[in-house]
Design a protein around this ligand. Structure first.
Ligand code: DAT
Ligand code: MG
Length: 149
């Protein structure tokens, strides 16, 4: 079982897409093990997106992610990292397939609605940035055996 970090970015919150996006993750069978509405500080934004520092899109990315509330979600499931990434769709809207979250709701790379960790290592690092241990819950659902063997 893996855990990964999802962020519903400020555009998703402003456009009233929290429900529809979470719905798609739930529908896939993924389990929410932590969730909060929060404002990302400049410091947290830099730590989260540190790998992109120096790239031309870094300053607008920091200003966008700190521009309004986001929803941080800790997701658990079999192969959760890759399952979330495929459910999200590709970073560039022209490459996000219809049926994916970005492919159905977005047209601009700078307003692509959702973040998902790109590896198990990133997931561990990013989950620790957004959640304390006691904010991540361990529980089972009656449907779990119907979702994964
Ligand atoms: P992803 O969010 O799919 O993991 P990433 O980690 O490469 O993509 O980049 C982080 C975010 O930065 C991405 O969601 C949108 C923005 N971004 C990436 N490449 C960009 C580009 N070429 N122009 C503008 N924004 C970009
Ligand atoms: Mg990334």
């Amino acid at each position: 079982m893996q855990r990964t970090l999802v962020l519903l970015k400020p555009d998703a919150v402003q456009r009233g897409l929290i429900g529809p996006i979470i719905s798609r993750l739930e529908r896939r069978g993924l389990k929410i093990v932590g969730m909060k509405l929060m404002q990302v500080s400049e410091e947290l934004a830099y730590r989260h997106y540190g790998e992109h520092e120096g790239k031309p899109f870094f300053p607008p990315l920091i200003s966008f992610i700190t521009s309004g509330p986001i929803v941080a979600i800790a997701i658990e499931g079999a192969e959760a990292v890759d399952v979330v990434r495929t459910t999200m769709g590709a970073t560039k809207p022209a490459e996000s397939t219809p049926g994916s979250i970005r492919g159905d709701f977005g047209v601009d790379i700078g307003r692509n609605l959702i973040h998902g960790s790109d590896s198990i290592e990133s997931a561990e690092r990013e989950l620790a940035l957004f959640f304390s241990e006691d904010e991540l819950l361990d529980y089972s659902r009656a449907t779990d055996p119907w979702i994964a063997e």
